[in-house]
Design a protein around this ligand. Structure first.
Ligand SMILES: Cc1cc2nc3c(=O)[nH]c(=O)nc-3n(C[C@H](O)[C@H](O)[C@H](O)COP(=O)(O)O)c2cc1C
Length: 180
C-alpha cells in the first residue's frame, strides 16, 4: 500500500480525470491508483495517513449521489459510512469541481460538506485556495476568505487547470511529505 490515497466521486467523469492527472505525477510507491468512492471499502479508505479527496458539486449545491441524479451512489452515500472513523493524525487535501457561470450562487458548495464532516472527526486539512480568478456570487466552501480546497472549473476555465493543479500540489507537498 502506498502512502497517499486518492478518492473521488464523479458523474460525468471530470473529477475522475483530475484524479488521474494527479496520480500521473506520482509513482506507485507514493500514491495508489485513484478510486471512485462508490466502490471503496471503509477499511481501505481509513488505512491512509494522507488523503486527497475530490468531488464535483451537482444538483443545487449538492454532493454527487442518488439525490442529485447520479447513476450510481457517490459521496452522498459514502460520507455517512465514515461516521465512526477517527481522522486524527490524518492529513487531507480537497479538490472540488464546479461551474461558476452556470451555478454562480452555489459554486463548488459540495466541498464544504466533506470538509465539515471529516474535520469534525479530527483531520488536519491542507490546501486551502484563494478565491481570486473566479467569478461567482456565493459559495459555501469558503472559510477565512479562502476555498477549503483547490477549485477547478472544467466547464469554463479548463485551460487554467494544469497550472492550478501544479501550484496546489507544490503547496501541499510539504504537509504530505512529497518530493516535488
Ligand atoms: C445537473 C448539474 C448540476 C450542477 N450543479 C452545480 C452546482 O450547484 N454548483 C457548481 O459549482 N457546479 C454545478 N455543476 C457543475 C459540475 O460540478 C461540473 O460540471 C463538474 O465538472 C462535473 O464533474 P463530474 O464530471 O466529475 O461529475 C452542475 C452540473 C450539472 C450537470
Amino acid at each position: 500500500m502506498a502512502k497517499i490515497g486518492i478518492f473521488f466521486g464523479s458523474n460525468t467523469g471530470n473529477t475522475r480525470k483530475i484524479a488521474k492527472l494527479i496520480k500521473k505525477k506520482f509513482d506507485d510507491d507514493l500514491m495508489d491508483k485513484p478510486l471512485n468512492v462508490n466502490r471503496v471499502e471503509i477499511d481501505a479508505f481509513a488505512s491512509y495517513e494522507y488523503l486527497i479527496l475530490g468531488t464535483p458539486t451537482l444538483g443545487e449545491g449538492e454532493l454527487p449521489g442518488l439525490s442529485s441524479d447520479c447513476e450510481t451512489e457517490s459521496w452522498e452515500e459514502f460520507l455517512p459510512k465514515l461516521e465512526d472513523l477517527d481522522f486524527s493524525g490524518k492529513t487531507i487535501a480537497l479538490y472540488g469541481l464546479g461551474d461558476q457561470v452556470g451555478y454562480p450562487d452555489e459554486f463548488v458548495d459540495a466541498m464544504i460538506e466533506i470538509y465539515d464532516f471529516i474535520k469534525e472527526r479530527g483531520a488536519n486539512f491542507v490546501g486551502e485556495w484563494p478565491t481570486d480568478g473566479y467569478e461567482f456570487e456565493s459559495s459555501e466552501s469558503i472559510v477565512d476568505d479562502k476555498f477549503v480546497g483547490l477549485v477547478l472549473d472544467q466547464d469554463n476555465q479548463s485551460s487554467l487547470t494544469e497550472e492550478r493543479l501544479n501550484t496546489w500540489l507544490n503547496q501541499i507537498a510539504p504537509a504530505f511529505g512529497l518530493p516535488l
